[in-house]
Design a protein around this ligand. Structure first.
Ligand SMILES: Cc1ncc(C[n+]2csc(CCOP(=O)(O)OP(=O)(O)O)c2C)c(N)n1
Ligand SMILES: [Mg+2]
Length: 900
């Protein structure tokens, strides 16, 4: 003690273990046990709470933990009884296991290295089967059914089950991963694009299916709150790997799920403690880490760690010794137990304390080694699922401990190499067959045949009865919506007349269209505007009041701008999905809405508008997943163009997105310059997607540069949609100096300006083309080439670009706000050489004029490029070009934007 004025702290080395009387401690615990036993959980909880409050008042700090001990969340005594036939379900599961294994093994025999995974499903089998036999409800006329995102690498198990259900033939199984064989095969992973009658959701790019599932569950509630579908208790299930949780998208949106109280959402994390290379957290505990993250985020967490075999041990563990020991062990040690002997388990888990050893003294080594884990125990998994589906008020995550490669015995279980195991030798197959009691003879085993018991076998009858009871098979995909019927051309008519000199941006024009669409009797309700905290940037705030911002809780406060006309109106039936700053979340909403025509039979029309730089570049993989999902809808790249978005600089200025749109086959990419072009594209898009049922979606860039919108030129509709048309032909038909100038988006106006300068100052007669889509031109050219390649004897098809330019004289010059690669895509179908101007390089914080000078895409450079082309053709002298450089004040020593 100090001298009275302050408390002297003890030197850490002098701190001793507190001397609590063991007997006293025991009395406290026994008293508590008695309360639990005699007065129940609620009374116990109150006592704990009081004691904790007392401790706090007394200044006794408890170390923070979001964790519970390393045991099952549901104590054995509270576990719901298993309603099924355990033995029958075990036999069915064994058959699925066998066929899944056979599928991968056979595929690799026929074609070495074709791949496939057996160990993921090995660990997930019970998790899936309990779902199939007891929980996943199929779609019926009365009930929309549950939605399931299957762990992608476990696909062989899903196929094997569909085979037992009689939904997939032997021939299909035979062609697993060999989709190009006659009659078709099975895709490696869940891909709705490849198997549109089977898979609903792609899930193999790790981390995407969890975030898509969260937003799917949220979108289901949105549809209900907006009365577009009846409220049901349908669930969204997402099965994921524990390694998968390292992807930022996996955990990135979990607070949305709890905030929105999504009790229609259940995550099941297959915690086999391994990923591809090795342990997920060798030196830690992934399950505890995930528990803390999900509990902290407000989820209901159910840990399913230990199987029934362990129940008696925990019952005997009155002193909490086993609990403590299991809490100390790290995942690397748990994984080792899987590959070691029973004696090793005894020594390493129980050997630290004679009382622990005593606990297991009657359990033989072999039994000790194989004591089942929670995720492989149907009773435990069932009880967890039951609690999850009954949990109200929020989402549930089930953390199920499993063994990777379960069933593969010594060759695979728990081994670090097991993820990629696809070959199994004869001995191991024999062992597997015997362990799972598959009726395949010694002679047949070498062949590894698929096995399906007869239709009237108890197994098939049981399995079919279960599925019938649950409303049919799953996964199963079907387009349930009817095509739109009404004519919507009236909505878009006004944009064909131009803006009468009023300066508007294409973004403003788009918002005008959106407003009209929202009021339309047929499509008004179906439109789903999605914004990631960017509505004001795009001038969309007027829509807040018009249709409201969706909020499952309505509006619990008076908004600060209540007195204004355009106040921030949140409403339970609000239509706008104001997602906050998450392009990934917004895109997941887009996917849920864009696939609702199949999932819900509702022709939802999503319009997701965002900063164009943060779309294809940032969330390209989700956009790829949208294509795989056969999504429909519109992506609007706002504030687009490298030089059009002034001031924002390197990170924001987008000169890439139209190039990044190229690889996505179903994405129709347009870079329109005028309101009538935007209107024409959207009107046609609605027609193609929602009337003709095409599985395409749109990417349209819109700009924030205001200018007068011209009226739509006569006969330009087809060209706008096909990718190019003459916007303004030269009126000078006499000049010998001719040029064809191609412009897109905001740069089209620079081209028009160059046309005037060329004509007035240099006597060059130039036609101006608006190129609305290089991607469309490129695709069309490739189609023609391919047809010609395969039909040498027939009249060759002429690509649209070639048709357009067939008798157009002069040099060719293109200018774009994107990479030069974009116009260069189509040079192969042009009659002559093309000079391309584009914005390759890093952007700058500057105004538009300076930016266009810096990137060399303004009218001056277009003029220069045109003159230079004429020089190369020998039509003018170098001195003319040199003089032009001076007249146009072009700095020939300026930095190169490509490298600076
Ligand atoms: C985005 C992404 N990165 C990498 C992969 C490759 N990959 C496939 S499975 C896998 C390991 C999966 O581990 P885990 O999530 O724990 O699942 P498990 O197979 O163990 O059940 C990896 C790295 C992928 N599919 N997606
Ligand atoms: Mg894993």
């Amino acid at each position: 003690m100090g001298n009275g004025s302050h408390v002297q702290l003890l030197d850490p080395k002098d701190i001793k273990e507190p001397n609590i009387d063991e007997l006293e401690l025991q009395e406290w615990v026994e008293a508590f046990d008695a309360v639990v036993r005699e007065e129940g959980a609620e009374a116990a909880r109150r006592i704990l709470q009081q004691v904790r409050e007392r401790a706090m008042v007394a200044g006794i700090e408890e170390p923070f933990t979001a964790n519970t001990p390393y045991v099952n969340t549901i104590p054995a005594a509270y576990q719901a009884p298993f309603p099924g036939d355990v033995e029958m379900e075990r036999r069915i599961k064994s058959l699925v296991r066998w066929n899944a294994l056979a599928m991968v093994v056979r595929a690799n025999r026929v074609e070495h290295n074709i791949g496939g995974h057996i160990s993921t499903y090995g660990s997930a089998a019970t998790l899936f089967e309990i779902g199939f036999n007891h929980f996943f409800r199929g779609r019926t006329d009365e009930f929309e059914g549950d939605t399931v995102y299957f762990q992608g690498h476990a696909s062989p198990g899903v196929y094997a089950r569909a085979f037992l259900e009689g939904r997939l033939s032997v021939a299909k199984l035979e062609n697993f991963r060999r989709e190009l064989k006659p009659g078709g095969g099975l895709s490696s992973y869940p891909h709705p694009w490849l198997m549109p009658d089977f898979w609903e959701f792609p899930s193999v790019s790790m981390g995407l299916s969890p975030i898509m599932a969260i937003y799917q569950a949220r979108f289901n509630r949105y549809l209900e709150n907006r009365e577009l579908k009846p409220r049901t208790d349908a669930k969204v299930w997402a099965f994921l790997g524990d390694g998968e949780t390292d992807e930022p998208e996996t955990l990135g949106a979990i607070t949305l799920a709890s905030r929105e109280k999504l009790d229609n959402l259940i995550f099941v994390i297959n915690c086999n403690l391994q990923r591809l290379d090795g342990p997920v957290r060798g030196n830690g505990k992934i399950i505890q880490e995930l528990e803390a993250a999900f509990r902290g985020a407000g989820w209901n967490v159910i840990k399913v760690l230990w199987g029934t075999d362990w129940d008696p041990l925990f019952e005997r563990d009155t002193e909490g010794l086993l609990l403590k020991r299991l809490g100390e062990m790290v995942d690397g040690e748990f994984q080792k137990l899987v590959v070691e002997s029973g004696a090793y388990v005894r020594e390493h888990v129980f050997g630290s304390d004679p009382r622990l050893l005593d606990m297991v003294k009657d359990i033989p080594d072999e039994k000790l080694r194989t004591m089942r884990l929670g995720g492989h125990d149907p009773r435990k998994v069932y009880a967890a699922y039951k609690e999850a589906v009954e949990h109200a008020d929020g989402p549930t995550v089930i953390l199920a401990r499993t063994i990777k490669g379960y069933g593969l015995g010594e060759s695979g279980e728990g081994k670090n190499v097991t993820h990629q195991q696809k070959k199994v030798d004869e001995e191991e197959l024999r062992h597997f067959r015997t362990r799972f009691e598959i009726p395949i003879s010694e002679e047949q085993i070498v062949e590894t045949p698929f096995y399906r018991p007869p239709e009237d076998s108890p197994e098939i009858k049981y399995l079919q009865a279960r599925r019938q009871e649950l409303g049919g098979y799953l996964p199963s995909r079907k387009v349930r919506s009817k095509p739109l019927a009404a004519d919507h051309s009236e909505l878009f008519k006004e944009f064909a007349t131009g803006s009468d000199g009023r300066e508007v941006s294409t973004t403003m024009a788009f918002v005008g269209m959106l407003r009209k669409m929202l009021r339309d009797p047929e499509i008004g309700k179906l439109v789903v505007p999605i914004v990631p905290d960017e509505a004001r940037t795009f001038g969309m705030e007027s829509l807040f009041r018009l249709v409201g911002i969706y909020s499952s809780r309505g509006q619990l406060y008076e908004p600060v701008d209540m007195h204004t006309l355009l106040y921030y109106k949140e409403a339970k039936d609000g239509q706008i999905l104001e997602e906050g700053i998450t392009e990934a979340g917004s895109m997941s909403s887009f996917i849920a809405a864009g696939s609702a025509y199949a999932t819900h039979g509702i022709n939802a029309i999503p319009f997701f508008i965002y900063y164009s730089m943060f779309g294809l570049q940032r969330i390209g993989d989700l956009i790829w997943a949208a294509a795989d999902t056969r999504c429909r809808g519109f992506l609007l790249g706002g504030t687009a163009g490298r030089t059009t978005l002034s001031g924002e600089g390197l990170q924001h200025q987008d000169g890439n997105s139209h190039v990044l749109a190229l690889p996505i086959p179903t994405l129709q990419a347009y870079d329109p310059a005028f309101a009538y072009e935007v209107a024409t594209i959207i009107e046609d898009g609605i027609d193609r997607m929602y009337k003709k049922g095409e599985n395409i979606f749109y990417y349209i860039t819109v700009m924030n540069e205001p200018y007068a919108m011209p009226p739509m030129p006569e006969g330009s509709r087809e060209g706008i949609l096909k990718g190019m048309y003459v916007f303004k032909a030269s009126s000078n038909t006499k000049s010998k100096l001719r040029a064809q100038l191609f412009g897109s988006g905001a740069i089209l106006r620079e081209v028009i300006h160059a046309q005037e300068v060329l004509e007035e100052k240099y006597n060059v007669a130039a036609d101006v083309w608006s190129v609305t889509s290089y991607k469309a031109l490129y695709t069309d050219g490739m189609q023609a080439d391919r047809w010609n390649l395969l039909h040498p004897g027939e009249k060759p098809r002429v690509p649209y670009v070639s048709q357009c330019l067939a008798d157009k004289p002069g040099v060719l010059v293109a200018a774009t706000d994107y990479l030069k690669a974009l116009p260069n895509l189509v040079t192969q179908w042009m009659p002559r050489r093309l000079a391309s101007l584009g914005t390759d390089g890093f952007g700058r914080s500057e105004g538009r004029t300076s930016l266009r000078d810096f990137f060399e895409v303004d009218y001056r450079f277009i003029t220069l490029a045109t003159l230079h082309e004429l020089l190369r053709d020998g039509k003018i002298q170098a001195s003319v070009v040199e003089k032009a450089i001076k007249d146009l004040s072009i700095d020939t020593e300026k930095p190169n934007p490509l490298t600076s």
